[in-house]
Design a protein around this ligand. Structure first.
Ligand code: 3QA
Length: 231
């Protein structure tokens, strides 16, 4: 690994990451800001994409193609589907899908378009390192499926559709698009989220209350993973 990308979707998701670094060089590109730092000899570029799959795709592509990052880590929050996941809990994606991608009219499964896959797996080696870090720090972390779509999910009906269709454990709005970019460009990647809400009625209230604290849970764990990667 020569240059590491760390991304989030919202400013609140990268604030606790940026707090770890000094001498940050800010570059404006494509109506967004990219934060470059050197951390224990490692070059890192940090950015928040803005919300949703399109902005996340643009940012992931930019981090890789313009800034030359060769590994990408995502940190942020998510809505829980699996009842084992409580607010503040951590989930590592082993695979991701797009729950709102739908050409089922033509007999294709949900989340599928020709030339693509319903599920994209994250890089096993990065997951293994993350799990070692979890053990060393006595953190409880679930490994599971994350479903992504351009919707803030706040209904039992939508949540149950995603649960039954994809057997997903958590949902958010960027991960699978980052997975498509990294998989297409052969860049190892890792998607980490901490739960901010349970994606049903009241999700908006919980989200506002727990965004900052859960974003910090995710960021603190991510920094420990970076430390391990850089050993
Ligand atoms: C939600 C953020 C988006 O980047 C996806 C949080 C947490 N809970 C979720 C849920 N459904 C879908 N995704 C999530 N992130 C943006 S809406 C709030 C914007 O406030 C993960 C996520 N239930 C902006 C202020 O007006």
């Amino acid at each position: 690994m020569k240059k590491l990308a760390i991304m989030g979707a919202m400013e609140e998701e990268i604030e606790p990451l940026l707090a770890h670094f000094d001498n940050v060089k800010v570059t404006d590109f494509a109506k967004n800001k990219y934060y470059e730092v050197t951390y224990n000899g490692l070059e890192i570029v940090i950015a928040y994409s803005k919300i949703g799959k399109v902005f996340a795709s643009l940012t992931a592509s930019t981090l890789i193609e313009k800034f030359g990052c060769d590994t990408l880590l995502f940190s942020g929050v998510a809505g829980a589907i699996n009842p084992k996941l409580k607010i503040g809990d951590l989930i590592i994606a082993d695979k991701l899908c797009q729950h709102d991608l739908d050409i089922t009219a033509f007999g294709h499964p949900h989340g599928f378009v020709p030339g693509g896959d319903v599920f994209i797996e994250t890089t096993e080696k990065l997951r293994d390192i993350a799990k070692e870090v979890a053990v060393e720090n006595s953190l409880s972390v679930l490994e599971g499926t994350i479903a992504t779509g351009d919707q803030f999910v706040h209904s039992v009906e939508r949540k149950e559709f995603i649960e039954s269709t994809f057997k997903a454990d958590a949902l958010e709005m960027e991960g699978a698009s980052v997975a498509v970019i990294c998989d297409s460009l052969s860049v190892p990647f890792f998607i980490l989220r901490a739960i901010s809400d349970t994606a049903d009625g009241g999700a908006d209230i919980d989200f506002d209350e727990f965004l900052k604290s859960s974003a910090k849970e995710s960021a603190d764990y991510l920094i420990k993973i970076v430390d391990k990667l850089n050993k």
